[in-house]
Design a protein around this ligand. Structure first.
Ligand code: ADP
Ligand code: ASP
Ligand code: MG
Length: 403
């Protein structure tokens, strides 16, 4: 007998037929004598629809507290409906909201972090032999308010439960049958990976491969949780294992990712003096703006430009922060561009292989795609390209490295 945590994403529970499909997958494991905890996302586009509804009431943006109150309701619907589907199979089942399952979070509404899981209730329900269905992506803060974990956060709920209860298996069911070398919906030559390391998966997820939420991978790595990514539509097809050490032969590049959630901001005509970059980035840090790629031009005629990227939702905050500095920081103007996209290659093998960057740039050159900025680390290389070239760039870079 094992303890199995299974997570089903929004498309896996989108309608009644899918709910019964999931119920049968759960039944199979339960009838083998296993303890089963299931984490579920909101059905289909429910979360998007709730967010749109919130903005239709308050176009200026509702408070984050009320937003969390609203969007957590999507999961309340899906857990109860899934439990009802399981009841029809004659199996004992109970659905629990995040707080009932013991999720205690910090107070950052909409991007809350899990502090701990008070797991007595979960353990008690398992002891009663109940199948436990838990609402993903939500918990309770110290003010007894509902918080959510950020988009795609149900993956993190599942990993957190698996870590807390030392589950034997943590399976993430989605609408593709594993992690591919690139998004299989965009890159037709993408190949399914049998295995991938936590580090590589974390980079891919952070750089735009939404198949797993990056925080969930971070947590899985920290607690040594092995994950299996598989499809709820073909549950018997072997998925991808995310684990600490992979046995497959060492390849240089594990995957390619695209991220369109990028804004590029340039501060033009800054004084070319010591301390300028400090002032800019210190101010952005104070405003809690996360800066990604940074590029500084070579000084000319006593001035220089600094360009950096942020996620789209932080663009306004970043520009306001720079404008607020205009007394102590002289510059000509600030410009921003939303029509950019980040294309990245990821692989732990690349640090020992010279020429990887050149090969990536050659692929883009051959496809006649202009590179706007470049950033590298030991495990990844990212470039910024025009959004209209994004899918072509993703395919060109993928096919150069992965055959
Ligand atoms: P869920 O609702 O189940 O959480 P998501 O939409 O969050 O599903 O994630 C699944 C999607 O991730 C797939 O439909 C696929 O288009 C996309 N995706 C992006 N990159 C990859 C990749 N490298 N491998 C597999 N899927 C990917
Ligand atoms: N329902 C939430 C979302 O759409 C959480 C999740 O699906 O993981 O982002
Ligand atoms: Mg997801």
């Amino acid at each position: 007998m094992a303890l199995i945590v299974k997570k089903f994403g929004g498309s896996s529970v989108a309608n009644n037929e899918r709910l019964f499909n999931v119920a049968r997958i759960i039944e199979k494991d339960y009838k083998k004598g296993n303890d089963v905890i299931v984490v579920v996302s909101a059905q289909g586009d429910t979360t998007d629809d709730l967010i749109a509804q919130a903005y239709s009431v308050n176009p200026n943006g509702p408070s984050k507290r009320e937003m969390d109150m609203l969007i957590s309701a999507g999961e309340q619907m899906s857990i109860s409906l899934l439990a009802m589907a399981i009841e029809t199979l004659g199996l004992p089942v109970v659905s629990l909201l995040g707080w009932q399952a013991g999720f205690v979070t910090d107070s950052h509404y909409s991007i809350a972090r899990i502090k701990r899981i008070e797991s007595e209730r979960l353990r008690a329900e398992l002891a009663k032999k109940n199948i436990v269905i838990v609402a993903g992506f939500q918990g309770l803060n110290k003010y007894d308010d509902i918080t959510t974990f950020g988009r795609g956060g149900s993956d993190t709920s599942a990993v957190a439960i698996a870590a807390e209860l030392k589950a034997d298996l943590c399976q993430i069911y989605t609408d593709v049958d594993g992690v591919y070398t690139a998004d299989p919906r965009i890159v037709k030559n993408a190949k399914k990976l049998d295995e991938i390391t936590h580090d590589e998966m974390l980079e891919l997820a952070t750089l735009g491969a939404q198949v797993l939420n990056n925080r969930s991978v971070e947590m899985a790595k920290k607690h040594g949780v092995e994950l299996e990514v598989l499809s709820s539509l073909t549950p018997d097809v072997k998925g991808t294992i995310v684990k600490e050490v992979v046995s497959m032969e060492k390849t240089i590049i594990r995957g390619v990712a695209k991220d369109s959630n990028v804004s590029r901001i340039s501060i033009v005509g800054l004084a070319d003096q010591p301390g300028i970059a400090f002032k800019v980035f210190n101010r952005l840090a104070q405003a809690k703006v996360n800066v990604d790629i940074i590029l500084q031009s070579v000084g000319r005629d006593g001035t220089k430009d600094i360009t950096f990227t942020v996620t789209k939702d932080q663009c306004d905050a970043a520009i306001e922060s720079i404008k607020a500095l205009s007394d102590s920081l002289k510059y000509k103007h600030v410009v921003h561009d939303e029509s950019v996209c980040k294309i990245s290659i990821v692989g732990t093998g690349m640090e020992t292989h010279p020429g990887v960057a050149a090969k990536m740039f050659e692929a883009l050159y051959d496809a006649d795609i202009n590179i706007q900025t470049i950033s590298t680390s030991e495990i990844k290389i990212s470039v910024l390209v025009d959004i209209k070239d994004a899918e072509r760039a993703l395919n060109a870079v993928h096919d150069k490295f992965i055959h």
